[in-house]
Design a protein around this ligand. Structure first.
Ligand code: 3HC
Length: 691
């Protein structure tokens, strides 16, 4: 019938097969023939039942996200679902892979849903800054109840086929040949005869909704949304399903969808969806990946242990190497404790914990790493230490093994030069806690072989990380920009802002926490040690450290933490110290607004990002956004610093930076040529041809 839609028959059952690789998105070229096919099958008296299925790896994974923000071509999904729902003969969605977003909404337009045992079903629109716009908020509560619908739609997290069956979303789960099972199911239903009630008319569960409990959960969702509009809209729409007649709820859902799809937040989140996928693409598609079956990790401290867990969670056997049995025992005990916490929280079964722990083998002998395909060094951040380790690895590792360092700052070219195989050396910069944080900066050294790089990107995906390939410089992309962000923090304090004012400006912007709270959490002594090593000073932070105020771990830092509490309490002593330092340095204090706090810290961050692009340390502006959202908590609704710069206006950023540069002469304020170009062209491309 079309390249994207096939019609077939099995006796009196008609099968509509959508075939729009890779994920069967409901693009215009699918919607048009689908609408036509449904109309024809509805009117065909020889058809007793209709099955909607998909070719390839998955059922429809949603609307076509690339079409958002453009004029919508008719027919829309809503119209298709309306036609589908009005068909008098039984309709069955046969779901394999993932039925997501518009895909699940299409399935909700059917009388019945059957699923492969491995299928997943969900409405993840909220992750794109949207709510389901094809009737999902009005129909899902009618099958699973309002509270379950709120949890599914508000989180965007899909559920498995068995759970979907248990909660009433699917009518049967099958293992094996789904198409045959679906056809048999449809035939049997048709034989039994109707009436077949469309989902829109199934109102029984709605009456059971306790609105007070619903509202309490919706309020919790809104609080956790930290300024994101979509979760709030999702909750409102599900509530409408309970309190309004179906057609009114549908109309209200539509109005909310239209508003959200045009919002900057949704634009930002859609940008991030594609940015994450783009970041994983490297030039040289034909490069053959190396085989990685086993992993070695050197160092069983916080980073090494977390990295080892990340690989074990991804199914890799891990050899954990330490310098002494005692250090090894401590490291393995921490890993066991971390898994035990997951069991207590209910996110891991006792059985899964046992399996994960069985992946680990401890050693104090480098010779045990001889069979590893990848070895990640996570030892002390010191060039001499790292060079010594890489020298040893050079002697024992098998040919072709990838040798990675987890350094945060050090020159990987220099580390690579300490081996006879610099083609195999690269950086794998994990973020703490490494088993949890999504970001992995993969650092391409000067001589890193393309296949080592491609293998690492693939490996990152296999262990559930979001990978970004970056070049060698001090701090790579993330930490280098973090330093630029932090450069003005102290100056703001001296000029009159308090730590809590700065942190509040950050959390109001959407960050999970501000820089001073973050410093207290990480430990102020870390930065202090770093500064001393590099001959740098920070008047306030250094003094706090000299007083033994290292942050949460000592109960005092920029804030007070009383009786082991993690809640920061402003400390008048710190505020007095700041005032005294201002007097000492002759800085006049004044009131500083939230807007200035954000601009003074984030404009230099963007500026540093532009320099990083100019130097080709990052390949694309969107890669930088992926780093900041996944590694540093940049608010998703703002799309990452480089996307946000576009919203903010690069011309304004240049103008403010120039102003501060004239005032202070500080390098962080000197606008990068690429930022100036962005102000003129609106693009971060590093040359006129878009290369
Ligand atoms: N629209 C357009 N392109 C899509 C897409 C979609 N809904 N979903 C995936 N793609 C593209 C990806 O961009 C990628 O393209 P590329 O190869 O050119 O980079 C390709 O399909 C493969 O995607 P993944 O790399 O993500 O493949 P995986 O196998 O890892 O994951 C998936 C598959 C779980 C389906 C994942 O792609 C996914 O989560 N997709 C988005 C699902 C979603 O958000 N659906 C809701 C859309 S909004 C909606 O439906 C609105 C409605 O309510 C009106």
């Amino acid at each position: 019938m079309s390249d994207f839609l096939k019609l077939s028959r099995d006796g009196d059952v008609a099968i509509v097969t959508i075939d729009n690789p890779p994920v069967n998105a409901l693009s215009f070229h699918v919607r048009a023939p689908l609408m036509q096919a449904l109309g024809a099958l509805r009117d065909d008296a020889s058809v007793a039942a209709i099955v909607i299925a998909c070719a390839g790896r998955t059922f429809v994974a949603g609307a076509d996200i690339t079409e958002f923000g453009k004029p919508m071509q008719q027919p829309e999904l809503r119209a298709i679902v309306a036609v589908l729902e009005a068909i008098a003969k039984p309709t069955v969605a046969a779901i394999h892979g993932t039925a997501l977003g518009g895909g699940l909404e299409l399935a909700l337009g059917c009388h019945f849903r059957v699923a492969d045992v491995g299928a997943k079903l969900g409405l993840p629109e909220v992750k794109l800054g949207l709510l389901p716009g094809g009737g999902g908020t009005a129909r899902l509560p009618r099958l699973v109840g309002a509270l379950k619908a709120l949890r599914m739609i508000g989180s965007g997290t899909p559920i498995g086929a068995d759970e979907a069956h248990a909660v009433g979303l699917v009518d049967a789960v099958f293992a094996g040949d789904l198409a045959t099972h679906a056809v048999n199911f449809a035939r049997e239903i048709a034989r039994k005869g109707g009436p077949f009630t469309p989902v829109r008319d199934r109102n029984d569960l709605l009456g059971e909704t306790e609105l007070a409990a619903f509202d309490a959960e919706a309020a919790d969702l809104a609080r956790k949304a930290r300024g994101l509009e979509a979760p709030v809209a999702c909750a409102q729409a599900v509530r409408n399903a309970v309190t309004l007649p179906f057609d009114q709820a549908l109309a209200a859902e539509r109005a909310l969808f239209v508003k959200l799809v045009a919002s900057n937040q949704s634009r930002a989140q859609r940008h991030l969806f594609f940015a994450e996928r783009e970041a994983a693409k490297l030039p040289g598609k034909d490069v053959i990946k190396r085989r990685i079956a086993s992993v070695g990790v050197i160092g069983a401290g916080t980073m090494g242990g977390g990295i080892a867990m990340a690989f074990a969670n991804g199914g890799f056997p891990v050899i954990l190497l330490e310098t002494s049995q005692e250090a090894l025992r401590r490291g393995l005990a921490t890993i066991e404790k971390n898994y035990a916490v997951s069991v207590t929280r209910g996110s891991l079964s006792e059985d899964a914990k046992r399996q994960r722990l069985a992946q680990f083998k401890g050693s104090t002998d480098y010779a045990d790493l001889a069979d590893c395909d990848l070895i990640v060094e996570a030892a002390f951040e010191d060039m001499a230490v790292k060079k010594e380790i890489f020298g040893k690895l050079d002697a024992v590792a098998k040919p072709g093994a990838i040798l990675a360092t987890n350094t945060s700052y050090l020159d990987i070219d220099e580390i690579a030069a300490s081996t006879s195989r610099s083609r195999d050396v690269l950086g794998l910069h994990f973020f703490s806690p490494a088993n949890v944080m999504k970001l992995l900066e993969i650092v391409r050294a000067e001589k890193t072989a393309p296949d080592a790089l491609v293998t690492s990107v693939d490996l990152a995906r296999r262990i559930g990380k979001v990978a970004v390939v970056v070049g060698v410089c001090h701090g790579f992309v993330g930490n280098r920009m973090l330093a630029a962000r932090g450069a003005e923090s102290e100056a703001l304090l001296l000029e009159g802002a308090t730590p809590s004012q700065v942190d509040k400006a950050f959390t109001d912007f959407g960050w999970p926490m501000g820089p001073f709270q973050m410093g207290d959490l990480a430990g102020l002594d870390i930065g202090w040690r770093n500064r001393k090593a590099r001959g740098l000073t920070a008047a306030i932070a250094d003094t706090l450290c000299e007083q033994g105020r290292f942050g949460q771990k000592t109960g005092r830092g920029f804030y007070l933490y009383e009786n082991g509490s993690r809640t920061p309490v402003p400390d008048p002593e710190v505020e007095a110290l700041i005032r005294a330092k201002a007097v000492e340095k002759g800085v006049a204090q004044r009131a500083i607004g939230a807007e200035e706090i954000i601009e003074r810290t984030l404009y230099p961050l963007v500026n540093e990002g532009a320099k990083i692009l100019e130097e080709k340390i990052a390949a694309r502006a969107s890669d930088i956004d992926v780093v900041w959202v996944n590694g540093y908590g940049f608010p998703v609704g703002k799309g990452g610093p480089m996307f946000w710069a576009g919203l903010e206006g690069a011309a304004r950023i240049v103008e403010r930076l120039e102003h501060w540069y004239r005032q202070t002469g500080k390098d962080v304020f000197k606008p990068a040529p690429l930022l100036r170009r962005m102000a003129e062209t609106g693009s971060w491309e590093t040359d006129a041809t878009g290369g």
